[in-house]
Design a protein around this ligand. Sequence first.
Ligand code: ADP
Ligand code: C5P
Length: 217
Amino acid sequence: MNDKPVVIGVAGGTGSGKTSVTRSIIQRFADKTILMVEQDYYYKDQSHLPLEERLKTNYDHPLAFDNDLLIEHLKDLIQQKSVSKPVYDYKMHTRSDETIHIEPKEVIIVEGILVLEDDRLRDLMDIKVFVDTDADVRIIRRMLRDINERGRTLDSVIEQYTTVVRPMHLQFVEPTKRYADLIIPEGGQNHVAIDLMATKIQTVLFEKGQKLSKENS
Ligand code: ADP
Ligand code: C5P
């Protein structure tokens, strides 16, 4: 790889299907083409706080994220350097002790509820996407996922959604739709939109290849 990676931001509300869309796009390419960077893994480290304090944190506010570290890592990846990505533990509400060593790839998809909220992140992106799914669908998906995978109770999901997630979505997440180049309705099962994204990525990679071979000839 001799050229700057293409950076794609995928934003959208909780449960909108950001991860599913990103995984579906990645599956259409060879293993070494696309790297997924999850903004959730860059929640601020809260290991110094007791669990009861971590439970009270507003995880839907822009200040919950360590965007400085995320930006530093994205810049390193863009400069073709590997990074040690933090790992987030939703059950413990903090970063885990381990990190994952990741190598840059030709395409980097940075995915998360607020990746379009920070102008420094937007400035690093070549393509900006917002996955737009109705709130009733998102809350149902979130209930199932948080109970089955993130160690939550039905009551806790409902309480967190009504008091924090919904108001923060309206205040911070939804307004970032205006920055999107492409709005994908309904997320994971929208095969037309996923195919279009894959085609766009192929075109960008092809154009990059053409440019490089001209420069080298
Ligand atoms: P996000 O990353 O935006 O929070 P996910 O892609 O993780 O959304 O989806 C949230 C949950 O909903 C996951 O458990 C996922 O398996 C499920 N899900 C996503 N898309 C669909 C879909 N089209 N139909 C049914 N379930 C879905
Ligand atoms: O995958 P998804 O986009 O749903 O992840 C973002 C959501 O994770 C946020 O809406 C936030 O409320 C939730 N979250 C949580 N507990 C944490 C960290 C994040 O419920 N410890």
